[in-house]
Design a protein around this ligand. Structure first.
Ligand code: PLP
Length: 395
């Protein structure tokens, strides 16, 4: 029995990144009776996150899904959504698409790529030529970077906003550059089992000041209070608002998606460990790729990219073969599940509105995809063991 298995008596897909020592640190801080609603701790964490990622502005919110909601809302509110056509990925997460439906945009689903499992650039090129969408939402699927070089070339040719969902890819790199630094807006999740956790939490990042200001307002009711003072004064002047009314003047229709100071403080503590976690996840992922080569399919990624995966995505040849592997994994107490959502275009939320989206790669992932554990508590020997179990199931 290996170290990781001994702890929980099984190989879990996700384990908490918040350790007992981290909690003790939060408790010691709480003993000082600090402010708990959003304030200076949140600002400190946002600034630290911007520095870590290498962007100008970060806005924390209460989940990755809320960040997905805010990214659409900010594009629209800032007047950057165009005619509200948006390309969405067949492989990703429902909340990358749900706001398009909720806000009445026109989502166009794009096939997945056999190398990255993210947006397929050939399919995207066809959509861009045919539909001229102003927005492209992408997901770096489970940490595997999308082919950003090709996407940037297409952006040059057609002109569109790139919105990057990095909710499960903290620390992944495309040709040396961190994911989350390519898009007009990028988003991250800090949910349990992700690369770091704030219990619940999300972050939006941008280098665009106008978008940043809209994110600040949209996160908090659409009021002026959270804007930098000079920008709030400018808006007050425009609408002839006096200082007494200003804090509770609502300039745009907003939400309340704020984090708490407890989450932000937990985030600052977690950020100190993030690079070590990423190194472990990258190393584990490489072992999976090496040991499972020829046994199952997986996203190979673009050569030279760094894959900081949240789980390893493997793909069986058929649903029957997947069943066989899953039964063996279960016997050996190795956690697994379907591969994210496989093809989102086969889920009722999409199919009921737009009909089933059928495409070869996305369908293959739906039929044969499954997760294998990768987290910071798993060592190389654990991954070797799991790969051995998968290979044995295929004999
Ligand atoms: C790609 C992607 N986007 C968004 C989310 C939503 O994040 P959260 O669970 O923090 O709401 C997830 C969750 O795993 C995700 O994988």
């Amino acid at each position: 029995m290996t170290a990781a298995q001994f702890k929980s008596n099984r190989f879990d897909l996700a384990v908490d990144t918040i350790s007992r020592a981290d909690l003790e640190e939060v408790i010691a801080w709480l003993r000082k009776y600090p402010r708990l609603t959003m304030g200076e701790e949140s600002k400190r964490f946002e600034q630290a996150w911007s520095k870590w990622l290498g962007v100008k502005y970060s806005v924390m919110c209460n989940s990755g899904a809320s960040a997905n909601l805010l990214m659409y809302a900010a594009l629209e509110s800032a007047g950057r959504a165009g005619k509200r056509k948006v390309v969405v990925p067949a492989t990703g997460w429902v909340t990358d698409i749900a706001p398009a439906i909720q806000f009445g945009w026109q989502p166009i689903m794009c096939e997945s790529d056999p190398v990255t499992f993210g947006l397929n650039m050939d399919s995207l090129a066809k959509i861009l030529k045919r539909d001229h969408p102003e927005n492209v939402v992408l997901v770096h699927v489970l940490g595997v970077p999308v082919n950003m070089t090709r996407l940037l070339a297409l952006q040059k040719q057609y002109g569109f906003n790139i919105i990057e969902d990095c909710c499960a890819s903290h620390g992944s790199r495309h040709q040396g550059r961190l994911v989350g630094t390519f898009g007009l807006i990028s988003v991250f999740s800090f949910y349990y089992g992700h690369h770091m956790s704030t219990v619940e939490g999300g972050m939006l990042c941008t280098n665009d000041e106008h978008i940043y200001h809209h994110l600040l307002m949209l996160r908090s009711h659409g009021w002026l209070k959270d804007l930098p003072a000079a920008d709030a004064r400018r808006i007050m002047k425009k609408y002839r608002v006096d200082p007494f009314h200003a804090p509770f003047t609502f300039t745009i229709p907003g939400f309340n998606l704020r984090p708490t100071e407890i989450s932000a403080r937990t985030g600052s503590i977690q950020l100190r460990k993030l690079d070590a976690t990423i190194r472990r996840r990258v190393a584990n992922h490489l072992i999976y790729q090496k040991r499972l080569n020829g046994a199952v399919d997986f996203a190979r990624g673009i050569p030279g990219d760094v894959i900081s995966s949240i789980s390893f995505c493997a793909v069986a040849k058929s649903a029957a073969q997947r069943r066989k592997i899953i039964e063996t994994l279960d016997k050996k107490r190795i956690d697994t599940r379907i591969f994210t959502a496989g093809n989102l275009g086969r889920h009722p939320f999409w199919a009921d509105r737009f009909g089933v989206f059928s495409a070869p790669v996305a369908d293959k992932l739906y039929r044969g995809g499954f997760f294998l554990p990768n987290n910071q508590s798993l060592q190389g020997t654990d991954i070797e063991y799991i790969c051995g179990v998968v290979r044995k199931a295929l004999e």
